[in-house]
Design a binder for this molecule. Structure first.
Ligand SMILES: Cc1cc2nc3c(=O)[nH]c(=O)nc-3n(C[C@H](O)[C@H](O)[C@H](O)COP(=O)(O)OP(=O)(O)OC[C@H]3O[C@@H](n4cnc5c(N)ncnc54)[C@H](O)[C@@H]3O)c2cc1C
Length: 327
């Protein structure tokens, strides 16, 4: 049974790891590394986890999945000092501890994708599409290079991108159309000297910024002081096609106002736009399978824009596919 999985984020990787070992699986990933939105940008001596910040593990399956990563030090508990800010006023302070670990990849979020993909057959730098062929599904790249023919194709890419990849006769096509992922901007600031802040992470409401963290306070990071800022989804949605410099300038001015410090002294200022960053809680299926066309789709967008939900979707899909294909 030859199976192509499009996308090597946590949902695609989880599917590949949990599919029956009798299947012949190839993952196709358009970036140069696995991990998807669990990622890190490196700028000189600074590290910025510009996608997912941290994650928790609540289900027994996810806790089990994480055990080897904890044992090998691929992830660790970020014991951050968190502040909650509403309308520019600190309304709560928390010290994260061992009660509910907030995991991060070590030494960077991208370590997670690197570790999970190491024993998988994965083709990187391969942005692919699919075509029906007499031999099943043909996977091709944008230059028309054919990578192979597969019995099944699983799309683990964001819903809007899955709609472009999958044919409209995919039996869940209309359900995918209902999914609306939201944008986000990540602002990355690297400083020569540490800023005078008495917290490591701030969750904000009532402003266009939703998150500020001292990225360098996460375990195993380089000492060089870095701040990672996220805009809120609503603001990003309204400004997704704005000029990059104007967005940078606006977000810097907002951060300066919130933390009361001059962020324009940063040695490095960079911005990343996420068109499909996350999705609010959905209340239906965690996966979509169409046995007739031999197509399936999974991803965080099935349930909620969280790492554990992306894992859940890939895990459930693999279980269901194993039942269909091998029982
Ligand atoms: C800014 C931001 C902050 C976040 N913060 C948190 C957080 O703090 N905690 C948390 O739990 N979650 C957070 N999330 C959400 C979390 O990152 C996602 O829920 C999770 O990583 C999604 O995994 P996935 O496998 O479903 O999708 P993705 O990670 O998006 O994986 C899909 C992969 O498919 C690839 N791809 C797309 N199209 C193609 C194609 N045609 N061919 C080949 N490859 C393709 C992409 O390059 C990508 O690697 C955040 C996300 C963002 C963007």
């Amino acid at each position: 049974m030859k199976i192509a999985i499009i996308g090597a984020g946590i949902s695609g990787l989880t599917t590949a790891i949990n599919l029956d070992k009798n299947s012949d699986i190839t993952l196709f990933e358009k970036s140069r590394g696995a991990g998807g939105r669990i990622c890190t940008r490196y700028m000189d001596s600074y590290n910025f986890d510009h996608g997912a910040q941290f994650f928790t593990a609540r289900s027994p399956e996810f806790k089990e999945f994480l055990k080897p990563l904890i044992k090998l030090g691929v992830i660790d508990n970020w014991k951050a000092r968190l502040i909650e800010v509403r309308d520019n006023v600190i309304i709560n302070r928390q010290q994260w501890n061992n009660d509910l670990p907030r995991y991060v990849g070590v030494p960077s979020m991208s370590s997670i994708g690197k570790y999970l993909s190491k024993n998988l057959n994965i083709k990187l730098n391969a942005e692919v599409s699919i075509q029906k062929s007499p031999k099943g599904w043909k996977v091709v790249d944008c230059d028309g290079e054919v990578f192979g023919h597969y019995d099944w194709v699983i799309s683990s890419i964001p819903a809007e991108q899955s709609l472009k990849l999958l044919p409209d006769y995919f039996s869940h096509y209309d359900a995918l159309k209902q999914k609306k992922m939201l944008g986000c901007y990540s602002l990355m600031l690297g400083f020569d000297e540490a800023l005078d802040l008495d917290w490591d992470a701030a969750q904000l409401t009532g402003t266009d910024i939703s998150w500020i963290s001292v990225n360098s306070s996460k375990p195993g990071r380089p000492d060089d002081y870095s701040l990672l800022v996220h805009s809120n989804n609503d603001w990003a949605e309204e400004h997704l096609d704005d000029d990059v410099d104007a967005v940078k300038e606006y977000l810097c001015s907002q951060v300066a106002e919130i933390i009361g410090q001059n962020v324009y002294s940063a040695q490095h200022i960079d911005l990343h736009r996420w068109r499909y960053a996350n999705i609010p809680k959905q209340d239906k299926e965690t996966l979509f399978i169409d046995p007739e066309s031999k197509l399936a789709a999974c991803g965080d967008w099935c349930k909620k824009g969280r790492i554990e939900e992306a894992f859940r979707s890939g895990f459930d899909l693999a279980k269901e596919m194993n039942n269909i294909l091998f029982n």
